[in-house]
Design a protein around this ligand. Structure first.
Ligand code: ADP
Ligand code: MG
Length: 363
């Protein structure tokens, strides 16, 4: 099958009126007043996903992580392009991949309008670029947080990160640098944040059945993140600053703080945890909620005078919005427990060029 047959069969779809999509040298999207919000994300085999990753899930995720960036900007999706490097032609794979991709594209009225398809000698890579529309004056920037603002997050945190860890443990079981006996002799303390080694030892100490059950409960949040487009649109009317959480709450909030020149306090007891994360030792839940990547929830700041407004918005959107902290003077993130004591060992999140970035991070 030639490159052009692949494009015709898998990527050419009937297009909405007013858009020239796949098939010419460029796509044409109608110009509108306002600004284009443009974002791109690259997913590489061996780094972001493994060779045997489920193609339908990959299709969803490749677009979802980009739509999440539009959401964080308060933009409305208009279309996307897809760069695909394939190591082989596999019709079943492409069918499943486009199924996941188009289901999400249709749900958010964000058509595939173009792309590039090529053969790869170094595994599969997927590059998606999305285009969204936003009123430039209303775009949700990282800069803009004000001292005294409340810090809010949507949904629940930590599930995706725990799922990644459980998948890792399945392929490379280990106890970290601690033996199981050492962990048992040094149990977690309530209100502590678990260390990396403690988490690894804790996972290794679970039975295969416990690991599997926990994976089944947390994995949907890793595989099928839901971009918070409607929330972003609403926030563009009143939030001071926003970001989507891709690398961990502490790290991504840190970007807001850097851009806004302020500091923040997070309240550990207020972090929104799924039912699955409420069932695990709290120090583990705290670590994955504070530092876990791949959440694709929005973190935003808003004046304290708008609390009721945010609460009403949460019920209107049927999406939990939780007040997790406050913007304050300074330049860093501190985390406090319910008694106002400061927690130590706060995880910083994921950095592709950091130590943890050296290996595959995602299934
Ligand atoms: P060109 O050589 O002018 O770049 P191509 O032959 O690469 O054009 O692509 C032909 C058409 O198919 C273009 O409209 C391009 O946008 C589209 N296309 C190619 N690959 C993809 C893809 N993976 N997804 C969507 N559209 C694609
Ligand atoms: Mg081309």
């Amino acid at each position: 099958m030639s490159e052009f047959d692949i494009i015709r069969r898998f990527f050419q779809r009937p297009q909405r009126a007013g858009i020239l999509g796949v098939g010419d040298d460029c796509a044409l999207l109608p110009a509108e007043p306002g600004a284009w919000a443009v974002s791109t994300d690259l997913l590489l085999e061996g780094r972001h996903f493994l060779k045997d990753a489920d193609p339908k899930t990959l299709g969803h995720k490749a677009l979802a992580v980009n739509l999440s960036d539009l959401a964080a900007m308060g933009a409305e999706p208009r279309g996307f392009v897809l760069g695909l490097a394939l190591s082989e032609f596999d019709a079943a794979w492409l069918d499943a991949f486009t199924q996941g991709l188009y289901a999400l594209a249709d749900a958010y009225r964000c058509p595939l309008v173009g792309g590039d398809t090529t053969r790869s000698d170094s595994g599969l890579s997927i590059a998606v670029t999305v285009f969204g529309h936003v009123d430039a004056r209303r775009a949700l920037r990282r800069a803009g947080a004000k001292i005294g603002d409340d810090i809010w997050v949507s949904g629940a945190l930590g599930d995706a990160d725990l799922a990644v860890r459980l998948l890792h443990a399945r392929t490379a079981p280990d106890h970290g640098e601690w033996s199981q006996e050492e962990v048992e002799r040094a149990p977690f303390h309530e209100n502590e944040v678990a260390t990396e080694q403690q988490i690894r030892a804790w996972i290794a100490g679970l039975t295969a059945k416990q690991q599997q059950e926990l994976l089944e409960r947390t994995r949907p949040r890793l595989d099928l993140p839901e971009p918070r487009i409607a929330l972003g649109r609403e926030l563009s009317h009143f939030a001071h600053a926003a970001i989507d959480i891709s690398d961990g709450l502490v790290q991504d909030l840190g970007h807001i703080l850097g851009a806004s020149h302020c500091g923040a306090v997070l309240f550990a007891h207020r972090l929104p945890l799924s039912a699955a994360l409420k069932d695990i030792p709290r120090p583990v839940a705290l670590r994955v909620a504070l530092g876990g990547g791949d959440a694709y929830e929005l973190c935003f700041t808003a004046p304290a005078s708008l609390r009721t407004h945010v609460e009403e918005l949460a019920s209107r959107l049927e999406l939990p919005l939780t007040r997790v902290g406050k913007i304050q003077p300074g330049s860093s993130v501190v985390v406090e427990n319910a008694c106002g004591q400061r927690l130590t060992g706060i995880p910083g999140g994921f950095d592709h060029f950091g130590e943890a970035g050296a290996s595959v991070s995602l299934p």
